[in-house]
Design a protein around this ligand. Structure first.
Ligand SMILES: [Zn+2]
Length: 112
């Protein structure tokens, strides 16, 4: 284990109370209302599934790339859900992301 927050810590840091359940910890997901199952390595509910990066991306409303940077840096949410500071990591926006798909490029051009 490095400096990365444990998955269970991250889930609880998003304000989701976990309780012991079948084969791990469970909660009711506040986003989708489905049962949320968490173990040391992964989580799953109606919102999706995965590890720490997916968790931060889904529950923090962030891109996978942004979430991966945050998890790698040992970030954890300090407040209630929705208070993730989106402005701290993001540089000034380009007119369009070089990796954006066609639809996003068209939207950016139309909005310009
Ligand atoms: Zn969910």
């Amino acid at each position: 284990m490095g400096d990365e927050a444990r998955l269970v810590e991250l889930v609880e840091a998003f304000g989701i109370p976990l309780r012991p359940g079948d084969g791990g910890l469970v909660a009711n997901c506040p986003r989708c209302g489905d049962p949320l199952a968490v173990d040391d390595e992964s989580w799953a509910c109606g919102c999706g599934s995965g590890g720490s990066v997916e968790l931060v991306a889904v529950f923090g409303g962030l891109s996978m790339r942004h979430a991966a940077e945050l998890v790698r840096s040992g970030w954890r949410p300090d407040g209630p859900p929705g208070l993730v500071a989106k402005s701290t990591v993001r540089p000034l926006p380009l007119l369009c992301d070089p990796e954006a798909d066609d639809e996003a490029v068209i939207d950016a051009v139309l909005a310009h």
